[in-house]
Design a protein around this ligand. Structure first.
Ligand SMILES: CCC/C=C/C(=O)SCCNC(=O)CCNC(=O)[C@H](O)C(C)(C)COP(=O)([O-])OP(=O)([O-])OC[C@H]1O[C@@H](n2cnc3c(N)ncnc32)[C@H](O)[C@@H]1OP(=O)([O-])[O-]
Ligand SMILES: Cc1cc2nc3c(=O)[nH]c(=O)nc-3n(C[C@H](O)[C@H](O)[C@H](O)COP(=O)(O)OP(=O)(O)OC[C@H]3O[C@@H](n4cnc5c(N)ncnc54)[C@H](O)[C@@H]3O)c2cc1C
Length: 662
């Protein structure tokens, strides 16, 4: 953390006002004092490497230079990870320091985030022994190639074909159509030499569904595409410029039988297909990544909130009272309304992530004992939380950007890029609506079980309770609000179910009735997610080990989240719970009181995210608040400022002006 020397006086005053110990918050947020120390120690090691610092901001580089610089830095960063592991005999602690090195996305993200985990999760012990050491040590570099030009959401519709040839004991990979070309995988463009390819398996002309295969696509020495491989980069995007997303097609490309990842289904030498215990286990890496995305949402909300809150403490504009000096913009209640929900949501997502991670670990343990009972609940919950948190986090980042006025539009604020990167998660790893509809399937089943009085899984057991409790009066307490959100979810699940029934009674088949009810089904899943987020985060705050001073502030934040969403969705609550107009007026006042109560701790709370200046990468958000100095310093780095007169003056402007005189 930077020192207080030369710190903007507003920020010094803000920090003096803080009513809790910021270090206690940091340790709580990251797990423990030891975790904080280890993380900072690792971050120090990364930041000490001079070669990782850019001479000029990434934005001034061309597309190609930006990528090449990304690869250069990713390889150096990889050395720091390796050295840490060698020295400490363990992986570095969870951290976000990659953001300080590559402002956008590392071209190795998919290698570490999906290629290695897919080998670990989908490979047999022999396959893991063959590829994991090479992949983990970066002797080979890989990605996860599933999405195609024609299909991303509906993966059963993928067109890449893997035909088994028992004579040679090989699979032959083919992309028979343009739409079957792989499109999007990170690192595929120019970085990787291997990939997990998800393809339709054919044996003796019979289809056996989609399965993961390992394919080496480039020569390890020359990096040239192997014969039968067509590969390239897909071009500029809204963000992810350095992620090196690519396309890939195969033409009669042969891989050995052992390259099909066979932890679940298997193909024997003679071509016999052996089914796995559950074909959906092939989708396992996606479930893991969806859980991780909830954690990423916490990070991006924290990053944007840190920038916008610090800037708002430094920025003065207009007067609240004519007799007083210009106010810090953070003193406007409207500004607090825009920003404090981002601070609160980061904590909510963090708690939801920790809760989901536990559920994921339990289910993985059960699966290793061939027990699948809780897999549907894990899938349904990961889908809806990923969908809702990513969309909300995107909106929060954008709101933080807008809350910084004109300067929020500057690339040097790092808010435009942060928005581009955050919002991508609404689409990748399962498009939002598609995932919410997956959860809706689960909710409809749960509803039917509830009607029969069956015991439900923990995350939906409130459907049964709500059936019994629907007559109880509303309570204006956090627990009462959590119950209120459960009533809304209950009401929406019931309404969606009844809508399907209505259409079926009119003669529609189930699929058409489902489609006609799907707007309601999506809303039901959203309501279910909100109920989970509220319950999990409130419980986490109530059971936390924080000191009374910190606990008070964390409870305020959690209550802010509950009250914010009560007011945002008051129409739903009026429809489906026993809340009254008077309750809503009380909660509106409560919300305003919470903003005022949180205000003195706003800077302390974002300091509590412990995001270094190098990670924030922002002229507006640095710890010392030297906003205007940094804006000017960054502007002076523009190549246009390296010359007094640009050549376009002589080439175009002057001739134009001279022509105008004629
Ligand atoms: C940094 C950026 C990196 C990005 C990387 C990427 O984007 S990589 C690319 C990321 N790409 C994507 O994320 C693509 C998104 N698309 C998909 O994941 C799938 O196409 C799908 C899940 C939407 C449908 O799949 P489908 O048509 O095969 O299935 P269905 O709808 O017919 O349902 C049948 C049953 O299966 C169940 N079930 C389904 N999944 C799971 C699971 N994981 N586990 C357990 N169960 C699961 C489901 O609940 C249902 O149960 P029910 O009700 O019958 O008891
Ligand atoms: C930044 C980024 C990185 C990515 N990285 C990778 C990667 O590394 N590897 C990889 O394999 N893929 C990757 N992807 C691809 C990504 O997983 C897909 O784009 C995603 O799964 C969505 O699929 P789609 O593009 O086919 O969207 P579509 O399904 O075409 O969505 C378009 C619209 O159709 C709607 N729709 C589709 N199906 C239904 C339905 N059944 N019911 C109702 N509405 C529906 C959607 O809701 C949406 O509104 C990446 C994507 C992005 C943006």
């Amino acid at each position: 953390m930077s020192t207080e020397t030369k710190c903007n006086p507003d920020l010094v005053r803000e920090r003096a006002k803080c009513t809790f110990d910021v270090n206690e918050l940091i340790n709580l947020f990251y797990g423990s004092e030891k975790a904080t120390k280890e993380r900072r120690h690792f971050e120090d090691a990364v930041l000490a490497v001079k070669e990782l610092k850019d001479a000029i901001p990434e934005e001034y580089l061309s597309h190609k230079e930006r990528y090449e610089n990304g690869v250069r830095k990713a390889t150096i960063l990889r050395d720091v990870y390796r050295d840490y592991k060698a020295k400490h005999n363990r992986d570095p602690p969870p951290n976000q320091i990659t953001k300080a090195v590559i402002k956008d996305i590392s071209p190795f993200l998919l290698h570490n985030g999906m290629f290695v985990p897919t080998i670990a999760g989908q490979g047999t012990p022999e396959q893991q022994a063959e590829w994991l050491p090479k992949a983990e040590s970066m002797q080979i570099i890989g990605t996860y190639a599933q999405t195609e030009l024609g299909h991303g959401s509906f993966i059963r519709g993928l067109e890449t074909i893997a035909t088994y040839d028992p004579k040679t004991e090989e699979f032959v990979l083919n992309n028979p159509t343009l739409t079957s070309f792989k499109w999007w995988p990170g690192g595929l463009g120019s970085t990787v030499n291997h990939c997990v390819v998800v393809a339709q398996l054919y044996i003796n002309g019979k289809s056996h569904g989609i399965h993961p295969f390992i394919a080496q696509i480039r020569d390890l020495d020359t990096h040239k595409p192997l014969p039968g491989v067509k590969v390239g980069e897909i071009g500029p995007k809204m963000g992810f410029q350095t992620a090196n997303n690519g396309f890939l097609g195969f033409d009669n490309f042969r891989i050995p039988r052992k390259n099909m990842l066979m932890k679940n289904a298997q193909v024997l030498k003679d071509g016999t297909f052996v089914k796995g215990i559950n074909e959906k286990l092939t989708y396992g890496t996606m479930v893991m990544v969806r859980v991780g995305i909830v954690g990423d949402c916490s990070f991006y909300a924290a990053l944007a909130a840190t920038i916008a809150v610090r800037y708002s403490a430094v920025r003065h504009q207009s007067h609240i009272k004519a007799s007083e000096p210009e106010a810090q913009i953070l003193d406007y209640l409207t500004q607090q309304h825009k920003l404090f929900i981002a601070v609160a949501s980061s904590h909510v997502y963090r708690n939801a992530y920790l809760w989901m991670e536990k559920m994921y670990t339990n289910v993985m343990k059960e699966l290793s004992q061939d027990k699948q009972d809780n897999l549907p609940e894990l899938h349904a919950t990961a889908c809806c939380l990923k969908a809702v948190c990513s969309r909300d986090a995107g909106s929060l980042v954008e709101e933080c950007r807008l809350a910084c006025g004109g300067h929020g539009y500057m690339a040097s604020s790092n808010l435009p890029l942060t928005y581009g990167v955050t919002i991508a998660a609404v689409t990748y790893e399962g498009e939002r609506t598609v995932l919410l509809l997956q959860t809706a399937r689960y909710l409809m089943k749960a509803w039917m079980a509830a009607l029969k009085g069956k015991v439900l899984s923990p995350s939906v057991s409130y459907l049964l309770n709500s059936l019994k409790e629907s007559k109880k009066p509303w309570q204006n307490t956090p627990e009462g609000i959590v119950k209120g959100f459960q009533h809304v979810s209950f009401g929406k699940v019931k309404a969606a179910y009844e809508t399907i029934q209505k259409y079926m009674k009119q003669g529609k088949d189930y699929e058409d009735a489902w489609n006609l009810a799907s707007v309601q089904l999506v809303k039901a899943s959203e309501a279910h997610s909100r109920a989970i987020l509220c319950e999990v985060s409130w419980e986490a705050v109530c059971s936390s080990s924080a000191s009374p001073n910190l606990s008070r502030v964390l409870q305020q934040l959690a209550q802010l989240y509950l009250t914010y969403w009560t007011l945002e969705t008051s129409g739903d609550l009026l429809l489906y719970s026993n809340i009254t107009k008077d309750d809503l007026i009380i909660l509106r006042d409560k919300y305003e009181e919470l903003l005022v109560a949180i205000r003195p701790n706003a800077v302390g709370l974002v300091d509590g995210f412990d995001l270094r200046d190098e990670i924030l990468n922002s002229t507006l958000g640095s710890y010392d608040g030297r906003v205007y100095e940094r804006l000017m310093e960054e502007a002076l780095k523009s190549p246009l400022n390296q010359e007094t007169v640009n050549s376009s003056f002589h080439k175009y402007l002057k001739p134009m002006m001279e022509k105008a005189k004629l």
